[in-house]
Design a binder for this molecule. Structure first.
Ligand code: ADP
Ligand code: ADP
Ligand code: ZN
Ligand code: ZN
Length: 936
C-alpha cells in the first residue's frame, strides 16, 4: 500500500513498555508543550479545528517516528537525515517507528483496484494459476494435459483387462506431394507399418507395390505397437514404453485405437477441441502488465466510442417517441424514417419502449438492415466526416466509453477467462462485492489435492476479505477503481491492510477514521482499533467523534482555541475525568454545553427541484424532491448512494446547466425546477490554492483594499509606488530572489523537497524600500503576519477591508494569519475560507450550495459556528444541501433525505424523508434511530 508508510524494526525490549514522552514541542502553534502517551493503549487527540492536533500527532510524533526509521536504514539513506526537518522539540523518548494511516488517495496507478491495493487480486491470480480449470469454450470440457501415466489410467478406466488395442501416432505433417519422403523417413526410423483407422488394415511400407499417391494420410496412423491391456508389471512397462515412443514421435500427440472400437486421443500439449490453450500462469491474469492485459483496451475494460446511454438517454421512450436521440433532430430524421419503413417490412415494434425491445430488434437498430443504416454505421460515418466542425461537435455529444468487446470489460486477455474455479472466471470474481466474495471463497468446493496446493493462498485471501468486511467495506466490489474511492474508504482499506499485516510493537497514527462512516458503523471501527491495540500496538487517533472519545484509554485535549489562541494541552487523562474538565471538549461531552436543536423547521419558499429516474451506480430509479429555501441533509450508511445522488447526479446536472461540469453526469431521466435557482456552488475540502501565493487575504480579496491603502500613503506617493508594488505575486515591489515567496525550495533527490528561508529578504517577501512604507506604523509584511482578528482591529475604519475579514472571523478563522499560505491550511480551514467568501457575496440571487461532509476536522465548537453560517445562507434565501453523518448537523436540518437501507446493491433507495422529528418515527431508518437519542 502506498499510503501506509511502513517503518518497522524490532524495538529493543527495554523500550517496549516505556511511554512515549514529548517535551517542549513547538511545531507550528504548539506552545512548548509536554505530553505523555502510554504504550499499548489507545489515545485520542481532540480539540477545536486549528488548535494543533495534527501539529502534535503528525508533524511532531509521526515525523519523529519516520526519522527514527530512516536512522535505522543504511548509511546511504542516513546522509540525508541531517537535512530532514527535525521537529522543533526539546526531547522525545519511546517513539517507535510509526505508521500513519491517512486519508490520501491510495494509488496513482489508474488501473489500481480495491483488489490490487489489498493484494487480494494478486493472491487470486496465484490461485487461478494453481487450481483453475481451463474450460474449452467450444465443448465446455476441461482442458487437460496427458502423459503416459494419465493415458494408461484413462485406458484402465474405460476398458477391461484383456482388451486388445493399437498404439499409434499421426503421420507427421508434410508439404503436399511430399508424402513419399515422409514415409521413407518413417521406414528408416523403424516404423514401417501404417494402420487404416476405419478397417484396421495394416499397410506395410517395406513391400514394393506401395504408391504414396494412393494413400490418404488422414485415414492412416503410424503403428507403434499392438498390445493387450493388463496390470502385471511386464505388460505395464511395455504399454508405458510404447505410449512414450508414440508421444515422442507424434510431437506430443498420440492415440490408442481399441480393436473394433473407438480411438482415444492423447496429447501432452494443453489442448482441446482442436484449440491449443495457454497454460495458466499468474501473469496471465494481470491487467497491469502487457502479458495479461487485454490487447484491445490495454487492461482498462473500456474502450472509447459511442456511449449507448447518450444515444438512448430515455430507454422508456419508444422509437416513434424519439428514443434514439441522435435521430430526433431535423438533420438526421431521414434515418428515423428509414428505420420506420424497414420496421414495417419486418414487423418490428416501434411503439414499444426501447428497454422492452428484443435483442434481435436492438441488433437491427444498432447495426442496420436494408436501406436503414443503423446507429453504429451511422456514427462511423459521422466520425469519418469529423473534419467538418458541426459533425465533430455532433459526434462529441455522444462520445463516451463502452465495455470492451474483446474482454467484455473484464480487463484481462480473453483466453484468461477460460480458466475457472467453481464455474467462475477471475473477472466474475473480481466483479463481486467484498461480502459476496467472502462467501464465495469460504464455500469453495475443492478436491483434496486442490485444497492442499491452495491452502496458503486461500488463507491470505480469506483473511483480507474478513478484515475488509469488518471495517465496513463489504459493499465495495473488488474491481472498483482505487481512484474513485472516497478518503474515508481508502483510509479504511489501509486500516484493514494494517490489521492483516499483524505487525506488533508499532505506533499507528490515524486521522479522523470515522469520516464517511454512519454512526451505526462507528462501533465496529472502534472495535477494530481496539484489536490493533490488543495485539500490542500503540494507537494514536486524531478524532472528534464522541463515541471514539468515549472509547479511548486516554484523551489529550488541545486548545483552548485555534491558532495562536491554541497550542496548549488543556486536558490529559481518562474519559471519566474529562467529563468534569473545564474545557470545551469536557463541556460538550458531558452535555454541559450543547448544540441546540432549532425551535422550528423552516417552511422553505414552496418551490423545489425534482430529480426523476436517478439510476447512477446503485441508485434504484429514484425520484427525489429537494425543497428550496431549506437546509437539507442527505444521510445514509456508507455506500448507500449519497454521493451518487447528490454529487454525481444532482450537482452534475445543475452545474452543467449553469456552468460547465467536466465529469460524466450521473444517469437520470429528467430534472425539473432548475429555473427556481440562479447559481450553484460546491464547497468541498479541496485546497483553495496549491501555490503559496494564495492566502486567506488574497482569496477573500481583502488584500486588494490593503494594497490600495498602502499605495495611497504619502510615503508611497513620493516613491511613485502603485498598488501593484505591494503584491508579492507580480514583479515590482516583491523580492525577486524568491519571487515573493519568502522561501526557496531545494529539490532533494531521494526525499521530499526542503524549504529554506530566502537569504535576500529574510522571508519578508518584499524589497527593502517597499518595506519602508508604513501605514499606521506597520509595513506590508507586518500586516501579512497579523491574525484576522488583529487585522480587523487595526483596519477598523476601513470598511472595505474589515467587511471581508469579518466573514473570516464569523466562520471561526479569526486566528489565521492573513499571509498564511493556502497549502498549509487544513481541509476544514480551507473549507471555511471558501464559505467566508460566499457569505460576503451579495444575497440578491438564489444560490444552491452543496457541502460534502463539512464537519470533517471540526470539533463541536466549530460545528456550532458552522451551523450559524449555514443558517445565515438559508435565511438569506439560499438553499443548502449537505451530505453528512454528524448527528448535530442532521438534527439541525429542515429536511432530511435518508438513503439506504444498506450500502452497495442493498442500498440506493429512499428510506425516509422529512423533518428530523418525522424521521425518528421511521423504524427502518438507521439515521432516524440514532437521531432519536439526540432529539430527546
Ligand atoms: P488541527 O489539527 O488541530 O486542526 P493543526 O495542527 O493543523 O490544527 O494547525 C494548528 C495551527 O498551525 C493552525 O493555525 C494552522 O493553520 C497552523 N499550521 C498548520 N500547518 C502549518 C504550516 N505548515 N505552517 C504554518 N502554520 C501552520
Ligand atoms: P455514499 O456516498 O452513500 O457512501 P456512493 O454514492 O459513493 O455512496 O456509492 C454508492 C454505491 O455505488 C456503492 O456501492 C459504491 O461502491 C458504488 N460506486 C460509487 N462510485 C462508483 C464508481 N465511480 N464506480 C463504480 N461504483 C461506484
Ligand atoms: Zn478489453
Ligand atoms: Zn526573498
Amino acid at each position: 500500500m502506498s499510503d501506509t508508510k511502513t517503518a518497522t524494526k524490532e524495538q529493543p525490549a527495554s523500550t517496549k513498555d516505556r511511554p512515549i514522552i514529548v517535551k517542549g514541542a513547538r511545531v507550528h502553534n504548539l506552545k512548548d508543550i509536554d505530553v505523555e502517551i502510554p504504550r499499548n493503549e489507545m489515545t485520542v487527540i481532540t480539540g477545536v479545528s486549528g488548535s494543533g492536533k495534527s501539529s502534535l500527532a503528525f508533524d511532531t510524533i509521526y515525523a519523529e517516528g519516520q526519522r527514527r526509521y530512516v536512522e535505522s536504514l543504511s548509511s546511504y539513506a542516513r546522509q540525508f537525515l541531517d537535512r530532514m526537518d527535525k521537529p522543533d522539540v526539546d526531547y522525545m523518548q519511546g517513539i517507535s517507528p510509526a505508521m500513519a494511516i491517512q486519508q490520501k488517495a491510495a494509488s496513482s496507478n489508474p488501473r489500481s483496484t480495491v483488489g490490487t491495493t489489498t493484494e487480494i487480486y494478486d493472491y487470486m491470480r496465484l490461485l487461478y494459476a494453481r487450481i483453475g480449470h481451463t474450460i474449452s469454450p467450444k465443448s465446455g470440457r476441461r482442458v487437460k494435459k496427458d502423459s503416459t501415466k494419465t493415458a494408461i489410467e484413462e485406458l484402465h478406466r474405460q476398458h477391461d483387462e484383456g482388451t486388445k488395442f493399437y498404439v499409434l501416432f499421426d503421420i507427421p505433417e508434410h508439404e503436399e506431394k511430399k508424402l513419399d519422403d515422409e514415409l521413407r523417413v518413417l521406414k528408416e526410423k523403424g516404423y514401417p507399418r501404417l494402420l487404416h483407422i476405419e478397417d484396421e488394415q495394416v499397410l506395410d511400407l517395406t513391400s514394393e507395390d506401395i504408391d504414396a499417391d494412393d494413400i490418404n494420410a488422414e485415414e492412416y496412423r503410424v503403428l507403434v505397437d499392438r498390445l493387450i491391456l493388463g496390470k502385471d508389471d511386464e505388460t505395464h512397462t511395455r504399454i508405458a514404453g510404447s505410449l512414450e515412443t508414440a508421444f515422442q514421435e507424434g510431437s506430443g500427440r498420440c492415440s490408442v485405437k481399441i480393436r473394433d472400437g473407438e480411438e482415444l486421443n492423447f496429447s501432452e500439449r494443453f489442448e482441446m477441441d482442436g484449440i491449443e490453450f495457454s497454460e495458466p500462469t499468474p501473469q496471465m491474469f494481470s491487467f497491469n502488465n502487457p502479458y495479461g492485459a487485454c490487447d484491445k483496451c490495454e487492461g482498462f475494460g473500456k474502450v472509447s466510442g459511442i456511449d449507448e446511454d447518450l444515444v438512448i438517454p430515455e430507454p422508456d421512450k419508444t422509437i416513434r417517441e424519439g428514443a434514439i436521440a441522435a435521430f430526433s433532430g431535423e438533420k438526421f430524421s431521414k434515418h428515423l424514417r428509414d428505420l420506420i419503413k424497414v420496421a414495417a417490412r419486418y414487423s418490428l415494434s416501434i411503439d414499444t419502449p426501447y428497454q422492452e425491445l428484443s435483442e434481435e430488434t436492438k441488433e437491427i437498430l444498432w447495426n442496420g438492415k436494408d436501406e436503414y443504416t443503423g446507429i453504429r454505421p451511422f456514427f462511423e460515418d459521422v466520425k469519418s466526416q469529423s473534419y467538418k466542425v458541426h459533425m465533430r461537435v455532433f459526434y462529441s455529444r455522444y462520445r463516451g466509453y463502452s465495455r470492451c468487446p474483446d474482454c467484455k470489460g473484464f480487463r484481462v486477455r480473453p483466453d484468461a477467462l477460460h480458466v475457472k474455479i467453481n464455474d467462475k472466471h477471475i473477472g466474475e470474481v473480481a466483479e463481486m462485492t467484498i461480502g459476496h466474495a467472502r462467501e464465495f471463497f469460504e464455500d469453495l468446493q475443492l478436491s483434496e489435492f486442490e485444497k492442499e496446493v491452495a491452502e496458503q493462498v486461500l488463507f491470505e485471501i480469506r483473511k483480507r476479505l474478513k478484515y475488509l468486511d469488518e471495517v465496513g467495506l463489504q459493499y465495495l466490489t473488488l474491481n472498483r477503481l482505487a481512484k474513485t474511492l472516497s478518503g474515508g474508504e481508502s483510509q479504511r482499506i489501509s486500516l484493514a491492510n494494517s490489521l492483516g499485516s499483524s505487525l506488533i510493537g508499532s505506533l499507528y497514527v490515524l486521522d479522523e477514521p470515522t469520516i464517511g462512516l454512519h454512526p451505526r458503523d462507528n462501533d465496529r471501527l472502534i472495535n477494530i482499533l481496539k484489536s490493533l491495540r490488543n495485539i500490542g500496538n500503540t494507537v494514536l487517533v486524531v478524532e472528534h467523534d464522541p463515541e471514539m472519545i468515549k472509547a479511548a484509554d486516554n484523551i489529550i485535549d488541545i486548545g483552548p482555541f485555534a491558532g495562536v489562541h491554541g497550542g496548549e494541552v488543556v486536558y490529559s487523562g481518562t474519559y471519566d475525568n474529562l467529563l468534569e474538565a473545564n474545557t470545551l471538549t469536557g463541556k460538550y461531552v458531558s452535555g454541559r454545553k450543547e448544540i441546540p436543536v432549532p425551535d422550528e423547521r423552516r417552511e422553505g419558499n414552496g418551490k423545489s427541484i425534482v430529480l426523476e429516474g436517478a439510476m447512477e451506480n446503485n441508485l434504484k430509479d429514484l425520484t427525489v424532491e429537494f425543497p428550496l429555501g431549506k437546509l437539507i441533509c442527505v444521510t445514509g450508511v456508507s455506500g448507500s448512494g449519497k454521493s451518487s445522488m447528490v454529487h454525481d447526479t444532482l450537482y452534475g446536472a445543475v452545474e452543467n446547466e449553469f456552468g460547465s461540469y467536466k465529469d460524466e453526469i450521473g444517469y437520470h431521466r429528467k430534472i425539473n425546477g432548475l429555473h427556481n435557482i440562479d447559481s450553484v456552488e460546491m464547497v468541498d475540502q479541496s485546497p483553495i490554492g496549491r501555490s503559496s501565493r494564495s492566502n486567506p487575504a488574497t482569496y477573500t480579496k481583502a488584500f486588494d483594499g490593503i494594497r490600495d491603502l498602502f499605495a495611497n500613503t504619502r510615503q508611497s506617493k513620493i516613491m511613485g509606488y502603485e498598488p501593484g508594488h505591494f503584491s508579492f505575486n507580480v514583479p515590482g515591489g516583491r523580492c525577486e530572489n524568491c519571487k515573493g515567496e519568502g522561501i526557496q525550495t531545494i529539490e532533494m533527490q531521494f526525499m521530499a523537497d526542503i524549504e529554506l528561508t530566502c537569504e535576500e529578504c529574510g522571508g519578508k517577501r518584499y524589497r527593502k524600500d517597499v518595506l519602508q512604507v508604513e501605514y499606521r506604523g506597520k509595513n506590508i509584511h507586518d500586516v501579512l503576519n497579523m491574525s484576522v482578528s488583529e487585522a480587523i482591529d487595526f483596519f477598523v475604519d476601513e470598511e472595505r477591508i474589515t467587511n471581508k475579514l469579518q466573514t473570516l472571523d464569523d466562520v471561526g478563522l479569526g486566528y489565521v494569519k492573513l499571509g498564511q499560505s493556502a497549502p498549509t491550511l487544513s481541509g476544514g480551514e480551507a473549507q471555511r475560507v471558501k464559505l467566508a467568501k460566499f457569505l460576503s457575496k451579495s444575497s440578491g440571487n438564489h444560490t444552491l450550495y452543496f457541502f460534502d461532509e463539512p464537519t470533517t476536522g471540526l470539533h463541536y465548537e466549530d460545528i456550532n459556528k458552522l451551523l450559524d453560517s449555514f443558517n445565515e445562507l438559508v435565511n438569506n434565501g439560499h438553499t443548502v444541501i449537505i451530505i453528512e453523518h454528524n448527528l448535530d448537523v442532521i438534527k439541525s436540518a429542515d429536511h432530511i433525505i435518508d438513503l439506504g437501507p444498506e450500502g452497495g446493491f442493498a442500498g440506493g433507495k429512499i428510506v425516509a424523508t422529512g423533518t428530523p422529528e418525522e424521521l425518528v418515527e421511521v423504524e427502518e431508518s438507521h439515521t432516524g434511530q440514532y437521531l432519536k437519542k439526540v432529539l430527546k
